[in-house]
Write a protein that binds this ligand. Structure first.
Ligand code: C2O
Ligand code: CU
Ligand code: CU
Length: 467
């Protein structure tokens, strides 16, 4: 209790310095009239041959109208906000030249890609203002939906909040041969879900309350692909949504209106063995999920909503028929379970705290310290436990302060959750896992790449606070 009191005092003083006056009442703000769901373009290589592609990305600032006639400063990759989809194929060598035209340092991390440490784009690969970073790596992993975002020490959260995030799609023979929707932007639709808080003039505000500082920034407006609560018009048929939780701290419980069911077909690192039928999907920051949804027995002109809990943020209008309706496949891939033999090491990670006092195993990030050393090609089991404890403060619900755990440079399998079996939709490849308060998970993985890598909580404010 005593500790919490001192935290409160420190935080109250910071809060008054940084955050003058804000109450997010946006009732006077108008959504853009054509509030249709934007589809991020696919980045074209400037050079391409059989086994390699070369891309250029400029990290820049720009103006975005989240609300009509209210342009605000945002950041984007080759764009005012967010970035293009980088679409790569297993086996190819990808070269990406990243130019930083911001007036601050940044990095570009390829979240979910299995690349050597010096190409990972973590806090060790900073790009100075006006600087350029040449990333080059071979794509050597199954088809998946990944993403890229900044990862500077202490600047990740604010730079993502300003708009820096983009999707990466990896294709392989399997993804190309499966009978599932794969026409990008038509029946294979990216949904980058993020939240923001705006002031009366439509300007995004950041960390305006004690709660934000303790839990991480959770806005009250949901954006999809950079648009405030948009609408998309689809024909009747089966759709694939590639969902990325690109939010700083908000966890979503996704449901369609009318309890419409759907099938999860992929998790962070690629396809699940078979589609998993579900009615709701929980997704925490950094995680991805691909789902298939049947919009078939729906009246022309009817709406379906995608909700977080009971709050709608994407309106889907169904109009007309699409001819090439296919079913939901029985099987997708065949991922074996990693056997629990020849384990080089078992490690334990304790996630704790909130606000500025978050830690892993009681420690906070230090660029000059390596916390764990793993042998190349070895197999390990990690147990991750989250124990923020009861908050001891009436204003905060312990369920609202949560952590998740992300590891760079690997895709892992979940062995158990608090000694219980793992749900069907978590039996594929993962790189980020939600660890509910007072619970734990055991994961198993093999390390294939050399270098210095991060593991951290993907609640971005926690990450920036050293977690
Ligand atoms: Cu999504 Cu360490 O990052
Ligand atoms: Cu990552
Ligand atoms: Cu955390």
């Amino acid at each position: 209790m005593k500790k919490y009191i001192s935290i409160v005092i420190i935080l109250l003083s910071t809060a008054t310095i940084f955050f003058p006056c804000n109450k997010g009442s946006n009732s006077a703000l108008k959504n853009d009239t054509t509030n249709s769901l934007p589809i991020p373009p696919v980045l074209s290589p400037y050079k391409k041959n059989k086994n390699s592609s070369q891309y250029r990305i400029v990290v820049k600032s720009g103006l975005t109208e989240f609300f009509r006639d209210k342009p605000v400063l945002t950041y984007g990759y080759n764009s005012d906000v967010l970035g293009p989809v980088i679409r790569v194929r297993r086996g190819e060598v990808v070269k990406i030249q990243v130019k930083n035209s911001l007036r601050e340092y940044t990095t570009v991390h390829w979240h979910g890609l299995l690349v050597p440490g010096n190409m990972d784009g973590g806090p060790h690969q900073v790009i100075a203002p006006d600087g350029t970073w040449n990333a080059e790596f071979k794509i050597d992993q199954p088809a998946a939906t990944a993403w890229y975002h900044p990862h500077g020490l202490g600047t990740t959260a604010i730079q993502v909040y300003k708009g820096l995030a983009g999707m990466i799609i990896i294709d392989d023979d399997t993804s190309e041969n499966l009978q599932i929707p794969k026409d990008y932007g038509r029946d294979d639709i990216p949904l980058i879900i993020q939240d923001r808080r705006f002031d009366e003039s439509g300007y995004p505000v950041y960390l305006t309350s004690m709660r934000d500082i303790m839990e991480g920034m959770k806005g009250d407006v949901i954006l999809v692909n950079g648009k405030v609560e948009p609408t998309v018009s689809l024909k009747r048929g089966i759709y694939r949504f590639r969902i990325l939780n690109g939010s700083n701290a908000r966890k979503y419980t996704l449901r369609f209106s009318g309890d419409h069911d759907f099938y999860q077909i992929a998790s962070d690192g690629g396809f699940l063995n078979k589609p998993v039928k579900m009615k709701s999907l929980s997704i925490t920051p950094g995680e991805r999920a691909e789902i298939l949804v049947k919009f078939i027995n729906i009246q022309d002109g009817d709406y379906i909503y995608l909700n977080d809990g009971d709050r709608s943020f994407l309106k889907i209008i169904i109009r007309g028929d699409k001819n090439d309706i296919t079913g939901i496949p029985e099987k997708l891939v065949n991922i074996g379970r990693i056997p629990k033999t020849n384990i080089a090491s078992e490690r334990f990670f304790s996630l704790a705290g909130m606000g500025h006092h978050v830690s892993i195993n009681g420690k906070q990030m230090n660029m000059n310290r390596i916390d764990e050393t793993v042998r190349l090609n070895s197999k390990e089991i990690w147990e991750i436990r989250s124990s923020s404890g009861s908050m001891g403060m009436g204003m905060m619900n312990s369920q609202d302060v949560y952590h998740n755990f992300h590891i760079h440079g690997v895709q892992f399998q979940v062995l158990s959750r608090s000694n219980e079996p793992v749900p069907e939709n978590e039996r594929g490849w993962k790189d980020t896992i939600f660890i509910e308060n007072e619970s734990s998970a055991r994961i198993i993985m093999r390390f294939f790449h050399k270098g210095v890598f991060m593991y951290h909580c993907h609640i971005l404010e926690h990450e920036d606070n050293g977690m």
